[in-house]
Design a protein around this ligand. Structure first.
Ligand SMILES: C[S@@+](CC[C@H](N)C(=O)[O-])C[C@H]1O[C@@H](n2cnc3c(N)ncnc32)[C@H](O)[C@@H]1O
Ligand code: SF4
Length: 387
């Protein structure tokens, strides 16, 4: 798959905006996100907002004439920012670019940092979806994960969020240190009773550069995690949550616009420390990364120098990158989407699709392709056919 080949992306894909906020009250021992513990330091909110706005203004040229379909404030813990701060960013975005009138605007909140007044201000500023990082409702699990909140705090935060927002997501993790199937079943029973519209369920991964990597906790073996995954699928389905992506479950009509755009290989502009962007032009796809260290970012963004790296995705990498995202979707994708997003002819991947089909990993029907249950269970091997 490595001969030189021209690409032609006729229509730019839908566009999302990601805004990164790189601080947390406390760093969790499993987390490798670009997030830094505040400790006794005060939050440099106004300095960071100035940098974000400068970063945005100097990036706007890249998305000229396009409309933003979703905005995501991620972190770190963006719920540490004041309502006024979020309002300032959102109004500046609307002032400088076109935003879809039904745009999904999500903000990530930690249950330990989600005061009711604060949540109301976020809503007034235009945020219409809140994503609460719960992880577990069990105090023992939360303690082992080094979280700053209890199960009760999490329930209170969800209640407040449900009062203020029509669209609430919660993040749950499984495969936790010393977790049993019964313990997970308890978490999922509580989760389904909260009546949130969306839930992201992640298996704990032990990432290099984390405290858990250096002091590895005792986590359930593969067979137990497999049983946990099965239990999650069954219980979520029973309570009307449809699994539409490997880790995402939603009530009908509440699939995340922002995440779906990533999985359908859409475009996104990232602003903030370490934020990534993917932007398509007619004959090339560009990836960019902003300066990762918050201090360096704040020092450089003011002069329009926040960019730390930029490269064109080699054409022969596009099929693998597309499939790595699109095959995560339970219902797969329309075959046309491959050419629309990569600018490559479908013939380019037909031999690999045929091989995956022969091995019962995908089904091709009515111009759509989706992984079989077997393909979904061995997704990494399936993706390997396209790399
Ligand atoms: C940026 S954090 C969410 C918001 C907020 N910082 C919080 O933790 O409450 C995104 C989510 O990624 C998940 N996550 C982080 N590290 C993980 C890991 N090592 N394995 C699995 N999931 C992880 C957690 O569920 C977390 O809520
Ligand atoms: S609060 Fe969230 S972003 Fe911050 S360290 Fe913990 S998991 Fe990572």
């Amino acid at each position: 798959m490595n001969k030189t080949i021209a690409i032609n992306i006729e229509e730019p894909p839908p566009l999302s905006l990601y805004v990164h906020f790189p601080w947390c009250t406390k760093k969790c021992p499993y987390c490798d996100f670009n997030s830094h513990q505040l400790s006794d330091r005060t939050l440099p909110e106004s300095q960071y907002l100035t940098a974000l706005l400068a970063d945005f203004s100097s990036s706007v040229e890249l998305i000229k004439g396009r409309t933003i379909a979703s905005i995501f404030f991620g972190g770190g813990t963006p719920s540490l920012i004041s309502g006024v701060g979020i309002q300032k960013i959102i109004s500046e975005i609307y002032r400088q670019v076109s935003v879809d009138k039904n745009a999904e605007i999500t903000l990530e909140a930690n249950p330990g940092v989600s005061e009711i007044l604060q949540l109301k201000r976020f809503r007034e500023a235009g945020v219409n979806r809140l994503s609460v990082g719960v992880q577990s409702f069990s105090d023992a699990n939360l303690k082992r994960l080094g979280r700053i909140h209890t199960g009760k705090d999490a329930l209170k935060a969800i209640e407040k969020a449900n009062d203020i927002f029509d669209n609430v997501n919660i993040d749950i993790m499984y495969g936790l240190p010393e977790q049993s199937l019964e313990n997970l079943s308890e978490d999922i029973s509580i989760l389904v009773r909260t009546n949130v519209k969306h839930c992201s369920v992640y298996q704990l991964t032990i990432e290099p550069q984390t405290l858990f990597y250096r002091h590895r906790p005792d986590t359930p073996d593969d067979e137990s995690c497999w049983a946990m995954e099965k239990l999650i699928k069954e219980m979520m389905a029973l309570y009307g949550y449809d699994q539409y992506e490997i880790s995402a479950y939603a009530k009908n009509g509440f699939e995340s616009v922002h995440n779906n755009n990533y999985w359908k290989f859409g475009d996104y502009l990232g602003i903030g420390a370490g934020a990534h962007s993917k932007i398509s032009f007619g004959n090339r796809v560009i990836r960019m990364e902003k300066a990762k260290s918050p201090q360096t970012y704040m020092n450089k963004a003011g002069d329009g120098n926040a960019l730390a790296g930029c490269y064109q995705v080699p054409h022969h990498d596009l099929p693998g990158e597309f499939m790595m995202n699109a095959l995560r979707l339970k219902d797969g994708f329309k075959l046309d989407l491959f050419s629309q997003r990569t600018g490559l002819d479908l013939d380019y991947v037909m031999p690999s699709i045929q091989k995956a089909k022969d091995n019962n990993l995908v089904i091709v029907k009515k111009n759509s392709l989706r992984p079989t249950d077997y393909g979904y269970a061995f997704l990494n091997s399936l993706i390997g056919y396209f790399i």
